[in-house]
Ligand binder design. Structure first.
Ligand code: UDX
Length: 421
């Protein structure tokens, strides 16, 4: 099949590489010419295990990146994978979805071919119908079109595996013909395919992320109570997760959730509810617990050190989770901001995310290994579950005082105090 993919962000890149691996012919359309050049040289603009390899295998063969929309006229499927960032009030910025829809309409204008136009970006329910379909039809005279919403559930660090082995594929489509065509793209996956209408598919993505975030905040709340009782939340949640109605996944208590999806999507869902006149009190609480966790880390530090002003604090782990260089909404960044507000001197280390963290926090002092960051520190806070942190032991002896707090359950050192264990 000929597939055009609009947007070389996270989802667009994974989709392009994986569909190319499946033997389809891919045009990846991206407005940033630097990114296009990089992709065409077989390198990924983002860090994701396995992605460079897939790009270099397929680029120039059945995968080409371009800044030009004209080539989408030859496509059977057009996927919109542009970013939908959060605005300060939590609303979703749909500017890029609107402009991609307009460009698609202009590019296919007067074509006699049939196109299936599919939104992959995460959007508030109603966006595909009220924005994408309207815009495409406004700028194109062709009516031989099908529209769908096909959400993606990729986890950073596991995106290729998640794409190739999904739990389910959701196809939201209001006409059977287009839905059947899209289904044919995914039928080789050994996973159930759920057919819904467009708005239901949009909501499945929001509700899935909200459910996962709720599990995390729930575990964190239980963990905060367990700590006060002197019992281990990990033993408790192990017992809880063995109930098949609950399941053991996403019950790890700690510093809370970050990343490019959960915080943004929950904020957006809250705004959707508010605009409908409904007070989403559970979702607000999920966010409140998540915002509380970094503050608890600072409280623990105060309990051990007293005033942190002028103290030197090693922060190990900056990425929002292991196996990524992504620091978006990372709880480590929230902790560092609190430390800086209190006048502490931060010594940071992350195996992959230091560059991104330095761009976010100007003047942040990053070290090239954990040992150097720990040397002469008054305290250490472990914020990401990188496996190398589990092996640290003797290195803690380099600290001025052995105050170690972890926001993720990773260290085996006996001197460590956990955020909620
Ligand atoms: C998430 C969803 O999992 C994915 O389906 C969606 O498409 C995009 O958002 P991702 O952001 O890559 O993926 O990260 P994920 O692995 O889900 O973790 C999100 C955050 O939750 C991380 O900060 C992680 O540390 C935290 N987390 C996860 C916990 O605190 N406890 C857990 O038990 C699981």
């Amino acid at each position: 099949m000929m597939i055009s993919i609009i947007g070389a962000g996270y989802v667009g890149l994974i989709l392009s590489a994986c569909f190319a691996k499946m033997g389809h012919f891919i045009r990846l359309i991206e407005s940033d010419s630097n990114k296009v050049d990089m992709i065409n040289s077989g390198r990924s603009p983002i860090y994701e295990p396995g992605l460079d390899g897939l790009l270099s295998d397929h680029i120039g063969k059945n995968l080409i990146a371009t800044t030009c929309y004209n080539s989408i006229r030859e496509s059977d499927f057009i996927f919109i994978c542009v970013g939908t960032p959060s605005m300060p009030n939590g609303d979703t910025d749909l500017t890029m979805v609107a402009s991609a829809s307009r460009s698609i309409g202009e590019a296919i204008n007067e074509s006699k071919e049939f196109y299936a136009i599919i939104l992959k970006s995460t959007v508030p329910p109603g966006t595909t119908e009220n924005l994408v379909i309207r815009k495409v039809l406004k700028y194109s005279s062709t009516s031989n079109l099908g529209f769908a919403m096909n959400p993606e559930f990729l986890r950073e660090g596991h995106a290729i595996e998640d794409f190739m082995h999904p739990d389910r594929t959701v196809i939201g489509c209001n006409d059977t013909h287009t839905g059947d065509l899209i289904e044919s793209l995914y039928k080789s996956f050994n996973a159930p395919i759920i057919r819904t209408n467009i708005m239901e598919a949009e909501m499945i993505k929001y509700a899935s992320n909200a459910m996962l975030a709720t599990k995390i905040s729930f575990s964190n709340e239980i963990g905060n109570i367990c700590k006060r009782l002197g019992i281990d939340v990990y033993n408790v949640m192990k017992g809880v997760g063995m109930d098949h109605r609950i399941n053991p996944h996403f019950l790890d208590a700690g510093a809370g959730f970050g990343g490019s999806c959960f915080p943004k999507d929950i904020a957006s869902l809250i705004r959707v509810a508010e605009k409908l006149g409904y007070d989403p009190s559970l979702l607000r609480s999920v966010v409140r617990v998540n915002e509380k966790q970094p503050k608890i880390i600072i409280e623990l530090l105060h309990n051990k050190l007293g005033d942190i002003h002028g103290k030197s604090i090693a922060v190990l782990g900056l990425a929002f989770k292991k196996d990524t260089d992504d620091i978006r909404e990372s709880r480590a960044i929230s902790v560092i901001r609190e430390l800086e507000r209190g006048g502490a001197r931060v010594k940071a280390y992350d195996p992959l995310a230091s560059n991104n963290a330095c761009k976010e926090i100007s003047g942040l002092k990053c070290y090239s290994n954990a040992k150097d960051a720990l040397k002469d520190a008054d305290a250490c806070i472990i914020m990401t579950e990188w496996p190398e942190f589990s092996e640290l032991d003797e290195e803690f002896n380099l600290m001025k005082s052995k105050v170690i707090i972890e926001g993720r359950r990773i260290s085996s050192c006996s001197d460590v105090e956990g955020i909620c264990w």
